[in-house]
Write a protein that binds this ligand. Structure first.
Ligand SMILES: *Cc1c(COP(=O)(O)O)cnc(C)c1O
Length: 335
């Protein structure tokens, strides 16, 4: 048995498990679907034929998303989480490298490494703004822009995104957290056929366990992504659930408003240590990971340039109260 050295160089994906009280580490939505919505889903699922393969290109869901965004279904591809789509996008274009701007979401680099594509990192500046990524556009398979960015929470200026698009290189704009932000740049797909916008049902829609993501782009890009996408990766059940959540966007919106309010409440209390956020989490310059864990509160510990920082997901009000109390105690202890 000869496992490829490349594969051996990967570490297993590890997350903390255990008996902790409060989970603020994965940017999940703190609210599960209500019992009423779950009942409605179960009723709908009774009519789903489990013996049949799902629609080959998930058209029923693509049509729902298209209607939701006010665009055509030809501009949408859905996948098993947006992670699947990142992997597909890297296989789509010619070019010898991708460009990322750290600190950012780890999956871009993960899939690039696996595809044997060079990774050029043009780090975000001290205010977490994009730098001169345009200079690396030539022969790039894709330039990745995460806005709002994970783990810093800030968005990038529309003018800067346009400037990157003007290079003509494929640009992947990851809007996983856009529902918590002031605005989206998805409308730019009508002007730039080199733009792909990534969205997910995992965060604002509260469906992290259901695994549905989508990408919006030109017909040409979406058509070619469908040509290389393995069929049936999105199952009939997940497709149905995501569609139903779009029907209940009023409830989703209510959660989003709650989370934004809570985010600002936490931010105001730790202004000197927290970075402004347009996502459902806050980056803090506090080396409090172990201290919080002792108290049963799990947050994300960051490394590299963000050593000594934590990323905290906005939770339910009671959870946030506990977080605030514990962080105050931490700061007092530090004197
Ligand atoms: C959570 C997240 C995603 C979504 O991943 P899914 O596979 O759809 O759950 C994508 N991009 C970023 C930056 C994220 O933080």
């Amino acid at each position: 048995m000869r496992i490829r050295p490349l594969v051996k160089s990967f570490q297993p994906y590890k997350v903390l498990e255990g008996d902790y009280r409060i989970w603020l580490d994965k940017n999940e939505n703190p609210f599960d679907l209500s019992p009423e919505i779950k009942e409605e889903i179960f009723e709908e699922l009774k009519r789903v034929p489990f013996n049949r393969y799902p629609h080959i290109t998930a058209d029923p869901l693509r049509e729902r998303i298209a209607e939701f965004l006010g665009i055509d279904k030809e501009n949408i591809i859905v996948g098993n989480g947006s992670d699947e789509l990142i992997s597909l996008i890297l296989k789509l274009f010619d070019g010898d490298h991708i460009v990322i701007s750290s600190p950012t979401f780890g999956m871009y680099g993960f899939f690039a490494k696996f595809e044997g594509i060079n990774l050029i990192d043009v780090p975000l500046d001290e205010n977490f703004r994009l730098q001169n990524v345009e200079e690396y556009a030539e022969n790039a398979r894709a330039l990745f822009i995460c806005s709002p960015n994970n783990p810093t929470g800030n968005t990038q200026d529309r003018e800067k995104i346009i400037s990157v698009l003007e290079t003509g290189a494929p640009v992947v704009l990851d809007e996983a957290y856009v529902e918590f932000a002031k605005g989206s740049n998805v409308d730019l797909i009508s002007e730039y056929d080199n733009l792909i916008v990534l969205r997910t049902f995992s965060k604002a829609f509260g469906l992290a366990g259901v695994r549905v993501g989508y990408a919006v782009g030109s017909e040409e890009i979406i058509d070619h992504l469908h040509r290389i996408k393995p069929p049936f990766t999105l199952d009939s059940i997940s497709m149905k659930i995501a569609g139903l959540m779009l029907d209940h966007y009023d409830l989703v919106k209510r959660n989003i408003d709650y989370i934004i309010k809570e985010r600002e409440r936490i931010y105001r209390k730790f202004k000197d240590y927290a970075y402004p956020s347009e996502a459902n989490f806050i980056l803090m310059k506090l080396n409090a990971y172990e201290f919080l864990l002792e108290k049963g509160i799990v947050v994300r510990k960051l490394g590299g340039r963000l050593t000594g920082h934590i990323r905290v997901t906005v939770g339910k009000r009671e959870e946030n109260d506990e977080l605030i109390g514990a962080l105050k105690e931490f700061m007092e202890g530090r004197g």
